[in-house]
Design a protein around this ligand. Sequence first.
Ligand SMILES: Cc1cc2nc3c(=O)[nH]c(=O)nc-3n(C[C@H](O)[C@H](O)[C@H](O)COP(=O)(O)O)c2cc1C
Length: 278
Amino acid sequence: MSDWPFANPVLTASGCGGGGRDLAAYGDLSTLGGFVTASVTLEPRDGGPGPRIVETPSGLVNAVGLQNPGVTAFVGEDLPALLALGATVVVSIAGRSLGEYAELARSLGRTEGVAALEVNLSAPDPAGAGLVDAHEPFQAASIVAACRRDLRGGVALLAKLRSDAGRMVETARAVAEAGADALVVGNALPAAMPDGRPGGLSGPAIRPQALRCVAEVVCALPETDVIGCGGIMGADDVRAYLTAGARAVQVGTALFHDPTTAFRLVAELGPSAGEDDT
Ligand SMILES: Cc1cc2nc3c(=O)[nH]c(=O)nc-3n(C[C@H](O)[C@H](O)[C@H](O)COP(=O)(O)O)c2cc1C
């Protein structure tokens, strides 16, 4: 695989750090292990109608609908801004077909400054978002294999999985064999907005569930790097994921409560947290 691109184990989670410029008002992006963009699609997407985010007693439900400027505008505007801020950039990608994923990997893989691609295989409402179905392990693996084929060396390939999938470990094994350098476990869980629209539940409510999935995947695939994601609010939560065997973590919902969270966690944990066995 390509070298591990993250200098420390604290990354932001996709869709939770805006375009990076807003977050940069609260800390130095270059101090983070990585900045993961919102999922980028081939064409621009307006996203869903409002309200898009509601608070629950233990997290958020969002129905953002993968709003993004499309890959051309992302490469022309958002990526240079992130690089100028010193971020280690992970570009999340989402496609309506296998061909779209491959095209995104091809074009972003050739783009200077992209440290890693994160293949979003885990949207809480893939049909509603119009994404290709990655529900079955072979479907997820086909997408990863298509991206792997078209990615230049030096760009790490991350596969982001759903922690609620019935065949989580099987899917993890399939995408690792298809060429993923690391697995991100997991995404927001399927939920509903108060008006009944499909959404994704994130935040502390999902942490124990995601943590269990991380532990199961690490146990089944000890040679594969896992990045834990779900409900991290403080340093003890990061330690729990690292103790479960994750090599790094991603912080999402916490940034909406306190945009300094990821910066604070880096300072609290120190740059070598999670790297003592490598
Ligand atoms: C407002 C919002 C937007 C999100 N957008 C994306 C996205 O574009 N792509 C993606 O893979 N995950 C997206 N997510 C999921 C997060 O990256 C993360 O996997 C999930 O929220 C669980 O982590 P958390 O509990 O720390 O938030 C989004 C989450 C939220 C709350």
